[in-house]
Design a binder for this molecule. Structure first.
Ligand code: DON
Length: 572
């Protein structure tokens, strides 16, 4: 077996190869799962795909070239990620799609997981009154009812090619296998003990000896599940053999998902959140994600200030953005939840009057204190992966989808080969008890049967003069919305190209805990000045994995895949 790996700095390309057996997507288009290229940037005229894995991006591109539109490419890319990126790509999780068709129609699809019908507000509180994050974050009981497959079929209404064409590459990847990068091998090895602990049957992710770069991962049970979806549509997942396998797994592992939960799951169509930021129009995800509203609050709070003259990562621009983040996240904790269960005051939260007042106590000379900044009074006047695609006709699709943390609950449905999410932890399992991202909440995000847990996922589109300008999104838990916020400010205010907008160091504040997270390459001088003003800083290796496409005035699609992972762009 032949294998090599090298990097060409100027184009940021990593070439990965093993042998040469290909997967056909039809019409002469082929992708080689044993020989692929990680490409960080592309500048193309027609269509492009930016995703967390080069094979998934290549499959999306092959579908575009075969005559599919951005929705076709998105479905094929999502399904491929469910095979080649099991840490986050999924059919056992959920997500959101924000899209704009070439005829200007705006779409927001909510296929977030729901609490099982047998779920209840205090299901993660033990007899001693303790919140049990060990129950909400791993294993059978942490899983919400998966929404991804319903979402894929909702997306398909805007696609051109048959679903069976779009799912076949994923089936082939699961059946014929694909080679692991060093990062994927390390990730599987790092989770081996969890896979053993939280499963009742052997899984494809565990082998006796350690995984290493270049090994081939085969997932025959997942291939069989994908074939049932291909043959029977959404019913191939939500009913029949797959549903039975889920319920049998629940019985073996004391989980809650039932046949009724699966059969009754529906993808909800929402009205996208829309607002202007300077000369741009932003379209993003409404609840059950907090993303669009929180993004809108933050951008509108900084809009009155001359950000471009403040400059990138200066004390003035960063401090202002931190204070906007603090206030928006305080609102998230109190006011946002599943709109089918909670009256979300969206219009107020995004109104100029409310946001002006919200920044009324902003002090440019010192750090705000979260203990003194509560959620606004709205009665006066809630491991992930993101895919960005645009096609030659201007259809734009942004999808963020997740199992929650890496490999979700770590529980694979025995015989069905797919991982279940641990999304239940995104509910407020007890008032004041932080979820795994430190977010707290209360009534708005309390568990109720059939309710969607609050998310931070922020798939977002930006238009200029009513034309496509940007497709963006990222994983990262609560840091998602602040990453999208910074990518937009980087482009609109600091005039960056797609690559810099994605890869420049980022920061994050979420009200509580009252600390500022900074990436390790964050500007040192600004960091010192912030500390001098009273901010408590915590250094992190990396925040998010953003996939961004910027559309230039001449129509060129400038795409960037985040340097922080194996993320890769494909375009033509
Ligand atoms: O929906 C949410 O906000 C979280 N479950 C997202 C998790 C996530 O981004 C993990 N990736 N790093």
């Amino acid at each position: 077996m032949k294998k090599w790996l090298y990097t060409i700095l100027s184009f940021n390309i990593i070439f990965y190869s093993c042998s040469s057996s290909k997967i056909s997507v039809g019409a002469g288009k082929e992708v080689n799962p044993y020989h692929y290229t990680i490409t960080k940037n592309a500048s193309v005229k027609n269509g492009c795909v930016a995703s967390a894995h080069p094979l998934a991006s290549e499959i999306g591109l092959a579908i575009l070239k075969k005559g599919g539109n951005a929705f076709d490419a998105m479905i094929a890319t999502q399904l491929a990620l469910a095979v080649v990126y099991p840490a986050a790509g999924n059919i056992g999780g959920g997500g959101f799609t924000v899209a704009r068709t070439q005829d200007d129609a705006l779409i927001a699809l909510d296929y977030r997981e729901t609490a099982p019908l047998k779920g209840s507000r205090n299901m993660y509180i033990d007899s001693a009154g303790n919140a049990r994050t060990d129950w909400s974050q791993n294993g059978h009981l942490s899983a919400g009812v998966p929404g991804t497959v319903a979402g894929l079929f909702a997306e398909h209404q805007y696609a051109k090619l048959p679903f069976k064409t779009l799912i076949q590459p994923a089936i082939d990847l699961a059946e014929k296998g694909f080679v692991l990068t060093s990062g994927e091998a390390a990730s599987l090895n790092g989770n081996k003990d969890y896979f053993i602990k939280y499963n009742t049957k052997p899984t494809a992710f565990v082998k006796q000896t350690a995984w290493k770069e270049g090994d081939t991962l085969y997932q025959p049970e997942l291939a069989a599940t994908l074939k049932r979806i291909r043959n029977k549509g959404a019913k191939g997942f939500y009913e029949g053999e797959t549903a039975n396998l889920v319920v049998e797994e629940m019985q073996r592992g004391k989980g809650m998902l039932s046949l009724e939960d699966l059969k009754s799951y529906v993808c909800r169509r929402r009205k996208p959140v829309e607002f202007d930021y300077r000369d741009y129009h932003v379209v993003s995800m409404p609840p059950s994600s907090s993303g669009g509203i929180i993004l809108g609050e933050m951008l509108k709070m900084i809009e009155p200030y001359p950000m471009s003259s403040y400059g990138f990562q200066t004390l003035k621009s960063v401090q202002l953005m931190i204070e906007a983040e603090r206030r928006a996240y305080a609102d998230r904790a109190a006011h946002l939840g599943d709109p089918d269960f909670w009256d979300v005051p969206q219009n107020i939260l995004l109104s100029d009057a409310y946001l002006k007042k919200r920044m009324g106590d902003f002090d440019s000379t010192k750090a705000g204190i979260s203990a003194n900044i509560k959620a606004g009074n709205v009665h006066e006047s809630d491991q992930t992966t993101h895919i960005s695609i645009i096609d030659k006709d201007g259809n734009m699709v942004a999808v963020t989808t997740t199992l929650n943390n890496s490999y979700g609950s770590k529980t694979v449905v025995g015989g069905a080969g797919f991982l279940l999410n641990d999304e239940m932890d995104d509910f407020s399992i007890k008032p004041g008890v932080p979820n795994m991202y430190g977010a707290i909440g209360g009534d708005a995000n309390a568990i109720q049967p059939g309710k969607r847990m609050l998310s931070s996922m922020t798939p977002t589109l930006v238009l200029k003069d009513n034309k496509p300008f940007m497709v963006v999104g990222t994983p990262g838990g609560t840091t998602i919305t602040t990453s999208v916020f910074q990518s937009i400010v980087n482009i609109v205010d600091f005039n960056m190209d797609a690559n810099d907008a994605v890869n420049k160091p980022k920061f994050h504040h979420q009200w509580l805990p009252d600390t500022v997270l900074i990436e390790r390459d964050f500007n040192e001088n600004t960091a010192k000045q912030l500390e001098g003003m009273g901010y408590k800083l915590v250094k992190l290796q990396a925040i998010g994995r953003t996939e961004l496409i910027k559309i230039l005035p001449d129509g060129t699609r400038e795409a960037a895949a985040d340097k922080r992972g194996d993320d890769s762009v494909s375009g033509y």
